[in-house]
Design a protein around this ligand. Structure first.
Ligand SMILES: [Zn+2]
Length: 108
């Protein structure tokens, strides 16, 4: 995490919250479309109404960050070195088609 480094003059509006809660609210604001109000609402919802949901989000996020990377061929998100599309393209009958496209389309 980036710590508490803030631009000079920036007033942190989260001092009224515990450090852990302020951290969560700041972290939620990383998401696109989530401003301070929404981040606070999300954090309070998880803490006051759905702690199991909060645990599920935390576990799913940790899991996806640990497992999912980019396909070495097409850069699509995948849990393997190659995504299912590239695996089937390499193994299936379309491999011959791809060789023809790559090596011989000028012969048509
Ligand atoms: Zn791929």
């Amino acid at each position: 995490m980036s710590g508490m480094a803030l631009p000079p003059g920036f007033k942190l509006p989260l001092m009224k919250y515990s450090p852990a809660l302020a951290r969560l609210i700041e972290a939620l604001r990383i998401l696109p479309g989530v401003g301070p109000k929404t981040a606070q609402r999300m954090a309070f919802h998880l803490l006051e109404r759905d702690r199991d949901g909060g645990r599920e989000i935390a576990a799913a996020l940790a899991d996806v960050l640990a497992r999912v990377g980019h396909c070495q061929r097409c850069r699509m998100l995948t849990e393997e070195a190659l995504c299912p599309l590239c695996v089937s393209a390499a193994a299936g009958p379309s491999a011959a088609v791809r060789r023809r496209i790559a090596g011989g389309c000028h012969r048509r």
